[in-house]
Structure formats: structure tokens, C-alpha cells
Design a protein around this ligand. Structure first.
Ligand SMILES: C[S@@+](CC[C@H](N)C(=O)[O-])C[C@H]1O[C@@H](n2cnc3c(N)ncnc32)[C@H](O)[C@@H]1O
Length: 298
């Protein structure tokens, strides 16, 4: 049976294809989207990103598994929203294309569903544009979530998203990249206020459980320190604060939970201690440090 360490070694060995880099991008500095891509086993990353990822693994050796779990959460929520009748998705902080992108899941679940991705990162924009070149239903817009009105009013957003029909707003792994002084709660409120009834918001966020789990809290604090030193962002917040980001919506069952526990697909879920991915097994602490949920606006 392999271990997480073997999995990471495999990941390092994987061939890294040539990548197109937009002018002005400094690949010697680690970057959120590319570090996350590495954690997901992707190839849009550079030595500085891989070094940062490996420092993270010293704190949270199972971070790649949680990253995969988080993507699985995102896919399940998009299918859930489609089943609730949502036909248009606004995915902010969408990240580099990976396996099972929002528009692919949405269109499989609801043919004709429209998706607008939003991200600030020029490499994300370039590679998502290339992926979507032939798409009639999905597009990407470069914008900053810290200016939410700029997103809601953006011409290309308005071309595809009808704000009089239910919208699926995805804020996955983005609000924890905003500092406290940038008021992530206000930003979420502003975006949710723009949505009509029947809309849903999906939020996932790094979590620090505080004194209820000192071992997890310690890991969260170490990771937060590393992220801020190397990436300039990263906040592991408490449950109450994260719950507040759903303001204006009602949380659907099972509420705000560890991402693997949000409506696991039958057969997918095993138990909280050790999980198996092919030959790889892990026992998780990081499991507790990533919460997600879905709110419905009534
Ligand atoms: C960790 S990735 C999350 C990707 C995807 N949402 C997921 O959950 O799998 C965070 C993304 O947020 C983007 N991002 C960070 N700050 C942002 C900002 N101020 N405005 C828009 N996007 C931002 C990053 O470029 C990155 O692609």
C-alpha cells in the first residue's frame, strides 16, 4: 500500500508540459492558483509553487487529499444546484482548469447551463480562455472579488447571467484569501444581495476550530503563518464567522460541514479516520480544517 509521500513523489516525477505564460507574470514567486493546482496533481505550476506546496505538506501531509475532496465537494454542489433548477453559474475565484470544471459538471447535469468564471490571475485567465475557446455557454472574466459590484455589472457577466433568474454563486476557496480588513463578509453579502430568490451560494473556507480541537487549531495556525509569509494571504477562520458569510440565505442540509461530509455520493464516503484512494491511504487531521456549505436565497 502506498502512502501520501509516495503520491507526492509520483506527482514530482510527472511530466511538466511547456506552459504559456502571459507577459509580466513572475513565476519565481509562488502563486495561490498554481500551488493549489500542484496539490490537485496538475501541471500548471513552477518550482517556486512546488516548493511552497512542499512546505505546506510538512504541516499538513494530507493537503493533496483534502484538495481532491474539496473539488469533489464543488462537483457535488454544482450537481445539487442543477437538480434544484439552477441553469446559470457564477464561479468567482475559479482557479486553473482541472478535471471536472464547473461548466462541465453543470452542462452534464443540465444541458445548456451557462457558466461565467471570474478570477484575478492572468495565468488562470489565459488557460481558461484557451479551454473555453469553442464554448458557447461558458466564459471567463478577469476581475477582483474585492470590487463585487464590478463583477455583477460586468458586461460579459451580464451577457450570460440573467439576474432575474436563479443563479448558482460559487465562492469556493476564495474568501479565505481575503484579509479581515478586506471585509469578506461584506463582499459575500453584496454578491448575495444581487441574486434573485431561488438562487444558491456555495461557500468553502479554511477553518480553525479553536479550543474545541487544539491539534487542528495548531496545524491551522502554522499553515496560516506559512501562507501569509509566502503567498501574502490565507485565513483559517472560526465556524461562526464562516457561517456569517451565508447571510441572506438559509443553509441547506447538512449545513456547514467538513467538505467530505457534504452530501457524499453513495459509495464514495467511507469514514473519517483512514480513507483509500487506489493504493494510497491516509489518516486525516486536515479533514477538520476545511468547511463548506450551500445557502438558498428564499
Ligand atoms: C485556491 S483557488 C480556488 C479554485 C476553485 N474555486 C476551487 O475551489 O477549486 C483560489 C482562486 O482565487 C483567485 N483569487 C484570489 N484572490 C482573488 C481576487 N481578489 N479576486 C478574484 N480571484 C481571486 C486565485 O487566483 C485562485 O485562482
Amino acid at each position: 500500500m502506498g502512502t501520501i509521500k509516495d503520491w507526492v513523489l509520483d506527482m514530482r516525477e510527472r511530466e511538466k508540459p511547456a506552459k504559456e505564460i502571459p507577459p509580466g507574470v513572475d513565476t519565481s514567486v509562488p502563486n495561490i492558483a498554481r500551488v493549489y493546482d500542484y496539490m490537485l496533481g496538475g501541471t500548471f505550476n513552477f518550482p517556486a509553487d512546488r516548493h511552497m506546496a512542499e512546505l505546506t505538506l510538512q504541516i499538513a501531509p494530507d493537503a493533496p487529499v483534502l484538495a481532491q475532496e474539496h473539488r469533489a465537494f464543488l462537483r457535488r454542489t454544482v450537481r445539487f444546484l442543477a437538480a434544484e433548477g439552477v441553469r446559470q453559474f457564477l464561479d468567482i475565484g475559479s482557479g486553473l482548469p482541472t478535471q471536472g470544471n464547473t461548466h462541465e459538471i453543470a452542462e452534464t447535469a443540465a444541458p445548456g447551463a451557462r457558466t461565467v468564471y471570474v478570477d484575478i490571475d492572468p495565468i488562470v485567465i489565459l488557460h481558461t480562455r484557451q479551454l473555453l475557446a469553442a464554448s458557447a455557454t461558458a466564459t471567463i472574466v478577469q476581475a477582483d472579488i474585492r470590487e463585487p459590484d464590478g463583477i455583477v455589472q460586468h458586461r460579459h457577466v451580464r451577457e450570460r447571467i440573467d439576474f432575474s433568474e436563479p443563479v448558482g454563486l460559487l465562492l469556493c476557496a476564495i474568501l479565505h484569501h481575503l484579509h479581515d480588513h478586506e471585509a469578506p463578509g461584506e463582499i459575500a453579502r453584496h454578491l448575495i444581495a444581487a441574486l434573485p430568490p431561488g438562487s444558491h451560494v456555495v461557500i468553502s473556507h479554511f477553518h480553525n476550530p479553536g479550543s474545541s480541537r487544539p491539534d487542528v487549531a495548531l496545524q491551522a495556525e502554522e499553515a496560516e503563518r506559512l501562507f501569509n509569509e509566502r503567498l501574502g494571504t490565507g485565513r483559517w477562520r472560526g465556524r461562526e464567522e464562516i457561517s456569517g458569510y451565508f447571510s441572506g440565505t438559509d443553509l441547506v442540509d447538512p449545513g456547514l460541514v467538513c467538505v467530505p461530509d457534504w452530501r457524499p455520493d453513495p459509495g464514495e464516503y467511507q469514514f473519517r479516520g483512514t480513507r483509500y484512494y487506489g493504493d494510497y491511504a491516509y489518516t486525516s487531521l486536515t479533514y477538520q480544517s476545511w468547511l463548506g456549505g450551500v445557502g438558498r436565497k428564499n
